[in-house]
Design a protein around this ligand. Structure first.
Ligand code: AVJ
Length: 331
């Protein structure tokens, strides 16, 4: 994944991942854009800012769990020489707590960090190599969401004594509908042998207003994060979305147990996307659906992992019970 600085000819733009997704999403009804589009360098920076907002409890709750239970989590994976893999590593700001715990049990550790954002991975690699000399970071820029097939070919061969621990934390899985989430988890399972493990971190269903506020903060950082996708499209595909003509919206969809983020058009407008030769018509109050963030119950997480070929052996929560960490053993 790399940003395009120049406009490509039409047919080529439509073939880039960004061009293809924008063409698909903005010519669909209802309109949508996949959340992976958020994570250009600016979007990755804004996401980091979100993780420190007072309303965004998600990152703090998970960090609390790791601060209290990292040793317990690592011990529960069983013996052997751990090799870590993380899907959606981002800047890996919480992962350090797990790496430290692993380093208390073994001298050296290889950590494969997989993410779609190159800028985030560069940061993660620099910081972790500096803070943890015992860790060898192997960064991999890849979209693991269409199958680890791609990334999987780049993953190393298994050593005879290694025990694999995949991390899929931060409720990244919450971006996907059940069938897609299941496909991702089955892909992970395919990289594992019985006895290996997956640590899955998911945000849990809680009071509606607490969830809504986390996606509509008072400082407007989440709004800027949401709108940044339009800035990215303007830059990479030459369009002229006017950010002032859109409003950030977050809503709780109780039937589907998810927070939705949308960009709502404030007026009827037509936006031209030159690189795709596409005119996008938006009615007043029409929205572009930019993200789902599913919220789970213990039962749902257990069922999902079971269907993917895992058995949950342990679980940990923060003191308020807002976030869950599930250790799933490959069976
Ligand atoms: C990175 C998908 C876990 O859903 O909470 C944060 C992304 N979007 N605020 C989430 C996000 C708006 C985040 N995940």
């Amino acid at each position: 994944m790399h940003a395009l600085n120049v406009l490509l000819p039409l047919s080529e733009a439509a073939q880039t991942a960004v061009g293809a997704e924008v063409l698909r999403g903005l010519s669909s009804r209802p309109k949508s854009l996949s959340p992976w589009l958020f994570y250009d360098a600016e979007g990755s920076r804004l996401f980091e800012e979100i993780t420190e907002l007072p309303e965004y409890y998600v990152t703090r709750a998970e960090r609390e769990i790791f601060a209290n239970y990292a040793d317990d989590i690592v011990a529960a994976t069983g013996g052997g020489n751990l090799r870590l893999f993380e899907l959606g590593a981002g800047t890996a700001s919480k992962t350090g707590l797990l790496l430290q715990a692993a380093l208390r049990r073994q001298d050296r550790l290889v950590y494969h960090a997989i993410d779609i954002s190159e800028s985030a991975l560069v940061k993660a690699t620099e910081r972790l190599q500096r803070d943890f000399p015992g860790v060898t970071v192997e960064p991999l820029v890849a979209d693991y969401t269409d199958g680890l097939g791609n990334a999987g070919q780049l993953l190393p061969h298994r050593l005879p004594d290694e025990r694999r621990l995949f991390l899929y934390i931060g409720s990244s899985i919450g971006n996907f509908e059940a069938t897609h989430a299941l496909r991702i988890l089955r892909d992970v399972r395919r990289q594992l042998m019985p006895g290996d493990a997956l640590l899955l971190g998911t945000d849990l269903v809680k009071d509606r207003q607490i969830m809504l506020d986390a996606y509509d903060d008072a400082a407007g950082v989440t709004a800027a994060f949401n709108k940044n996708v339009l800035t990215r499209i303007n830059r990479e595909l030459g369009s002229n979305f006017n950010l002032q003509l859109f409003r950030h919206r977050s809503r709780w969809n109780a039937d589907l147990s998810r927070i939705e983020m949308h960009l709502e058009s404030l007026i009827t407008q037509i936006v031209f996307i030159p690189a795709l030769d596409l005119q996008v018509r938006l009615a007043r109050a029409e929205t572009i659906h930019t993200e789902n963030s599913y919220k789970f119950t213990d039962e749902q997480v257990n069922a999902l992992l079971h269907r993917a070929g895992f058995e949950v052996s342990r679980q940990w929560k923060d003191a308020r019970g807002w976030f869950g960490e599930y250790l799933a053993l490959a069976v």
